[in-house]
Ligand binder design. Structure first.
Ligand code: PMP
Length: 362
């Protein structure tokens, strides 16, 4: 017997119930091995089947074209902030960063420590409530790469279309919206995402990289920071986070059962719509942070008239079984993260709660 809450955590976040149940059922004896996946050798056939199936499912569900590798790394998306410039920001070149929130600022700051970078566009002046127009982004054919953050977890904005950078490699941090909708992977040279929001549990970071870049990357850096080493060894150069990868596989099986990225997109639009509708219909009682045209389907950010009222809202929400609705500690306010595995019912319950709180306090 268990009681599940309405989990709106920003990450680690909700996982599909069926994936958790499968892990539970297999915990003591995985596939007749007499042990859990945690206890398997990463060199065993049984583990390798899990590992390869997770890669295969990601390729299928994201429609990753031939010529790309899927890698499993550790260190979170934050390590990618350093690995990207270490591998691709060679002396004499400059990389462009589009600043759309806290995480892109962090990626930029890390790259700044390692090489020459410039701000290709920034939404900071408007307190990150929108995404710069594609035409505003400054870069040229010499640019080492252009880095973007597809979804801004803290401010609740998302790119609605991606630039065509042609010969300039486009690199994206998709930690908070990967697999939430179909998109054209071939526009990107490298995509990275911490798994703990849309793909599974914490502990593994997925990197999708064009194979030719594995060769072009800087080789004069520590072994464990080279994409090429992961590529050459199928992410088994050393011990990978086996249990996290196993959970990613279970979550991807669930995604496939749901109908893949296109079905999740419809679902995610409906889920986020339930909450944005309340915000838009509240006469300013709930103040959405993102400009409507830049709204994220994953992180719905809003404020109330005062911090005291926000506190009351969050306390009342907690009493009704909602978890994770406080905004990021750096910005305050409220945030509902409705990632892939957050059920429609949770969003519906939040909608009802927001409506009744509005009726009581407006
Ligand atoms: N990028 C984005 C867009 C994020 O949302 C986060 C985490 N919230 C990070 C990077 C940092 O991820 P990690 O904790 O895996 O290093």
């Amino acid at each position: 017997n268990y009681k599940r809450v309405y989990n709106f955590n920003a990450g680690p976040a909700a996982l599909p119930l069926t994936a958790l149940q499968k892990a539970q059922a297999e915990l003591l004896d995985f596939n007749g091995t007499g042990m859990s996946v945690m206890e398997l050798s990463h060199r065993s056939q049984e583990y390798e089947a899990v590992h390869n199936r997770a890669i295969e499912l990601l390729k299928e569900l994201l429609a990753i074209p031939a010529g790309y590798e899927v890698l499993f790394l550790q260190g979170g998306a934050s390590l990618q902030f350093a690995m990207v410039p270490l591998n691709f920001l060679t002396a004499g070149t400059k990389a462009g960063y589009v600043l759309t929130g806290v995480w892109s600022e962090k990626a930029y700051a890390e790259a700044q420590r390692l090489g020459e970078v410039f701000v290709a566009a920034s939404a900071k002046a408007g307190n990150y409530c929108q995404i710069p127009a594609l035409a505003e982004i400054q870069y040229n054919v010499e640019t080492a790469y252009l880095h973007i953050t597809s979804n801004n977890t803290i401010f609740g904005t998302a790119w609605q279309e991606f630039p065509d950078t042609e010969a300039v490699p486009l690199i994206a941090d998709m930690s908070s919206d990967i697999l939430s909708k179909p998109f054209d992977v071939s526009k990107f040279s490298l995509i990275y995402a911490g798994a703990q929001k849309n793909l599974g549990p914490a502990g593994v970071t997925v990197v999708i990289i064009r194979r030719d870049l594995l060769e072009k990357a800087n080789k004069n850096i520590p072994t464990m920071l080279r994409y090429g080493i992961y590529g050459k060894n199928n992410s088994l150069y050393n011990t990978p986070p086996t249990f996290s990868i196993y959970m990613v596989k279970l979550m991807l099986e669930w995604v496939k059962e749901q109908g893949g990225a296109a079905a999740l997109y419809q679902h995610n639009r409906q889920k986020a719509g339930l909450i944005y509708d309340v915000i838009d219909g509240s006469n300013g009682f709930y103040l959405g942070h993102a400009q409507p045209a830049a709204r994220s389907l994953m992180n719905i950010t809003f404020r109330l008239a005062s911090e005291a009222l926000e506190k009351k809202f969050l306390e009342a929400a907690q009493g009704h079984g909602f978890v994770g609705l406080a905004g990021h500690r750096s910005v305050g306010g409220c945030r509902a993260s409705a990632y892939n595995a957050v059920p429609y019912e949770s969003c519906q319950a939040l909608r009802e709660f927001m409506l009744s709180f509005y009726k009581e306090y407006a």
